[in-house]
Design a protein. Structure first.
Length: 318
């Protein structure tokens, strides 16, 4: 990674860190609003008579949830504008120009990105709630208990919902691995520590629920943070391109001389297919060889970025 690429990554990382907390707050508030839409009595009846899929489709339809997501949509659109204005300052001084917040291309780009993010959140909510319902039905759980649990899993990804259920099951079974994790992750009073210790008599039902709830809340917070950072990074990657688009549209920079280079983080978590893309350079209006115009645009939570730079030579049309 070149010094210029390291500097760019540092700037983007700072902007993502600054934007993420606001998105986390909006997400958590949205989950609460959706929770209010999930009527426990209606869910209970649907579980009992086998119509849960139809009820979930109605309750989580776009008509009902779109208004709930409006605050996130507005926040995302504003972040696209803010990030684009900041990215404009990253351009060489001769190419910098004030961004027009009402620019039509900027507005369209913000709408496309916010729609993508929101559709992802909606899909996750739908899948997680349905998964919890199916798990309760398969286990022969009381329909009312299943309905109550469905409202509690909002904000979890499907794999996290399963992890929370497994954690609670392991606690009930006295699994030493789960008990050790509980002691490590939480502060408990002496009575609980004794119950978990060698020769202890085990956990009470209230203690199990308390520990499972704490684990669930921590997972929800982690998931919201992951979504927020992923969205904020996507916004900043888009903003970087928009700033150069703006400079080219104003005639400040020659579009035919613009080049883009794919840059990975360079650690062991980089996807193999993205590691192979590292250092790949294409023209400003050309896709990378994997078909993407912006690194990682089709992959959730991708940390890859690109460096946009000005070539000394004019690129001729193919």
């Amino acid at each position: 990674m070149s010094p210029a690429e390291r500097a760019l990554r540092r700037r983007i990382r700072r902007r993502v860190a600054a934007a993420a907390p606001e998105l986390v707050r909006y997400q958590l508030a949205t989950y609460e609003l959706i929770r209010s839409l999930l009527n426990e009595a209606e869910l209970t009846a649907a579980i009992a008579d086998g119509t849960i899929d139809a009820v979930l489709t109605k309750l989580l339809s776009d008509d009902l949830t779109d208004p709930v997501f409006n605050r996130i949509r507005s926040a995302l659109n504003m972040l696209v504008i803010d990030a684009s204005q900041q990215a404009a300052h990253d351009l060489p001084a001769a190419f910098q120009a004030a961004f027009d917040a009402f620019d039509l291309n900027l507005s369209r780009a913000g709408t496309r990105l916010s729609t993508k993010v929101i559709q992802g959140l909606k899909g996750e909510v739908r899948e997680t709630v349905r998964q919890r319902a199916m798990a309760g039905i398969a286990a022969g759980e009381n329909p009312r208990a299943t309905a109550r649990a469905m409202r509690g899993v909002l904000g979890l990804a499907p794999n996290q919902e399963e992890a929370v259920r497994n954690f609670e099951r392991m606690l009930r079974a006295g699994d030493r691995q789960a008990l050790t994790r509980a002691l490590r992750d939480h502060r408990f009073d002496a009575t609980l520590a004794k119950a978990l210790g060698k020769g202890g008599t085990g956990l009470t039902e209230e203690q199990i629920r308390t520990m499972a709830d704490a684990y669930r809340r921590r997972m929800i917070a982690f998931n919201a943070e992951t979504h927020a950072r992923s969205a904020a990074l996507d916004i900043n990657k888009l903003a970087q391109r928009l700033s150069w688009e703006d400079a080219a549209a104003r005639g400040i920079v020659d579009r035919t001389r613009l080049m883009r280079t794919w840059v990975t983080v360079g650690d062991s978590r980089v996807r193999d297919e993205h590691r192979e893309m590292n250092g790949t350079t294409v023209g400003f209006d050309d896709p990378y060889r994997n078909g993407e115009m912006i690194p990682g645009e089709s992959t959730y939570n991708c940390r890859c970025i690109e460096r946009i730079w000005l070539s000394a030579e004019v690129r001729l049309a193919a």
